[in-house]
Ligand binder design. Sequence first.
Ligand code: NDP
Length: 323
Amino acid sequence: MTKAIVIRSLGGPEVLKLEDVVLEAPGPGEVQIRQAAVGLNFIDVYFRTGLYKTELPFIPGKEGAGIVTALGEGVTEFAVGDRVAYASADGAYTAERNVATRHLVRVPDGISLETAAAMMLKGMTAQYLLLQTYQVKPGSVILFHAAAGGVGLIAGQWAKALGATVIGTAGSQAKIDLALAHGYDHVIDYGKEDFAARVRELTDGKGVDVVYDSVGKDTFPKSLDCLKPRGLFVSFGNSSGPVEAFNMGLLAQKGSLFATRPTLFAYIATREALDACANSLFDIVQSNKVRININQTYPLADAGRAHTDLETRKTSGTTLLIP
Ligand code: NDP
């Protein structure tokens, strides 16, 4: 047996309940791990509320790190005692679990398991957004919404290291100050200011090359007004609710824009892609150009409180659940 958070009905944070669950031996192609930490992500909220669909009951969470304690049949690429982490394996909110090896990477010696659990999903997201969806380079001018969040603080530092001018948005003065200390050149309080008008001012009327928008409903379609002609709109989240259907003609009206709606899971779907993305993240963290801020830690049993704090915009940086 082990302890896990189980969701038996969709709803608010109160549906996250700690239970004793059976831990089977690892199946073929799986390893068993004892988790040091579990990463909290906004996607966990979407599954809890039912915005993203899955079958009930389920153990939420996609990200964690721990030590391999047993090997299933046919596993040769990992050994008992290995330090491993993952960002795409459903069922993370638990003390011990089985994971298919296709999700796993080995954590380098210089990186703690807690840091790995905090950064795999958010850090690999920053990686593909800045280096694959669009190639940020010296001279690029970008807008990144929710700059002080988990993905936001990593992306700001990484984009600065790539030589970009980095504009962010955040919802309070404390978050603005935090983002300014993590790579952002300018941070706009989007609760108080017209962020599109301010972006125009900051770019001498030109607009930015790319907008990274995880806020969704509340920042659309205004995010399109921040772009230069033929700029790229990257919609990658729904923190305020999903973007509603819109007429493609809007992209023509706003300047022949491009738009994409990516997910991390499509960018790490093969072993080669996962290793390349994870190694790129490990390299930038080990170079100290990107620091991982674990700003909130909760016992696994308090996952409901952690969800409340994330949804009510009380958190900044990354958040861990400790089994
Ligand atoms: P964050 O730590 O960034 O938390 C979300 C932040 O969004 C809040 O802190 C808040 O910052 C801002 N926000 C704006 N409006 C709202 C609202 N109405 N309700 C709640 N928050 C709001 O979370 P994560 O780092 O875990 O994820 C960031 C976003 O990126 C999420 O939307 C997530 O779904 C998305 N994502 C997408 C991935 C993909 O591949 N497509 C992968 C990983 C994450 P403030 O107070 O400053 O406004």
